[in-house]
Design a protein around this ligand. Structure first.
Ligand code: SAM
Length: 279
């Protein structure tokens, strides 16, 4: 089963992603090259371009980007968005299951955001080896770590047994094959830095959680869609495991009411990973 995403969903998450991402890692990356050097950059699973829109403005160098995705319509939207003059963009419709790092020449940077929970251990291992071999830097943002929580009105995680059960079901559901081999789901948050380091790259990891506080009306649509997605996946997993599912609908209604009344918020854990060739 291959993974397709709605442009509306990607747009809803873009400003929250932008707030969550590690500026320190982007600055460390930018300082690696002289300001005049043309950077060749590949964005894997680029979608409608939000990773490029965030990162391109934070790299002072002239940049030549290749945005890779299997969804042609999302890529067309990416091309329509305004970017600084120093940025040139090309798109490539491709299945990442068959994608290989270009080597003639290899890019200076491979980047991705919100991708690696869909990927298998084997894909990550192969990519890490190719990056190290060709001395290509990597910035992989916003890999979910499975640590989502409901927040009370002081911003503290709510202790709630049903929420923990839904989370466990959802996280297991994320480990089905999403078209890139057996998906790691939230395990990708530690497998990704581990394999990049094992391949010989210098790896830095920073937390990049989404924080959607109680009463934040601007985050309500995203919070509601998250909740719906968690409930659908948890029900599918519960059904698959032969468990009762009606309680998940009741859980969803209870949490949604609390979100709408402003007494609950949500947090979703992610990590950003920078990997640099040594020297
Ligand atoms: C969660 S979205 C992230 C998109 C974008 N990087 C962002 O942060 O908004 C994952 C992206 O990976 C793409 N994708 C998933 N599986 C793919 C595959 N097998 N080959 C190519 N692209 C894939 C989807 O089309 C989608 O655009």
């Amino acid at each position: 089963m291959s993974a397709h995403f709605q442009a509306d969903w990607l747009s809803l998450r873009e400003p929250v992603d932008a707030r969550a991402r590690s500026l320190a890692l982007a600055e460390q990356l930018a300082s690696r090259w002289p300001a005049q050097q043309l950077l060749r950059i590949v964005d894997l699973g680029a979608g409608h371009g939000s990773n490029q829109r965030w990162l391109a403005t934070r790299l002072p160098q002239p940049q030549y980007w290749i945005l890779v995705d299997h969804d042609e319509q999302l890529l067309a939207r990416a091309l329509a968005a305004p970017l600084p003059e120093r940025v040139t963009t090309q798109t490539q419709v491709a299945d990442l299951a068959d994608w290989r790092l270009p080597t003639d020449p290899a890019p200076d940077l491979v980047t991705a955001s919100a991708l690696f929970d869909l990927a298998s251990r084997e894909l990550i291992e192969k990519l890490a080896g190719a990056l190290a071999k060709h001395e290509t830097a990597a910035l992989f943002a916003l890999t979910v770590d499975g640590q989502w929580a409901c927040l009370d009105d002081t911003g503290s995680p709510l202790q709630d047994e049903e929420t923990d059960q839904v989370k466990a079901l959802f996280n297991r559901h994320q480990q089905q094959d999403k078209g890139l081999g057996q998906a790691l789901g939230p395990e990708a948050a530690h497998v990704l830095p581990e394999y990049l380091a094992r391949a010989g790259l210098k790896v830095s990891v920073r937390p990049s959680p989404w924080l959607l506080p109680a009463g934040d009306v601007s985050a309500l649509s995203l919070a509601q869609q998250l909740l719906t997605g968690w409930a659908i996946a948890a029900k599918a997993q519960a059904d698959h495991d032969g468990m009762e599912i009606d309680w998940i609908d009741r859980w969803q209604q209870r949490i949604e009411q609390a979100l709408l009344s402003g007494s609950l918020g949500l947090s979703v854990g992610h990590v950003d990973v920078l990997a640099l060739p040594p020297g």
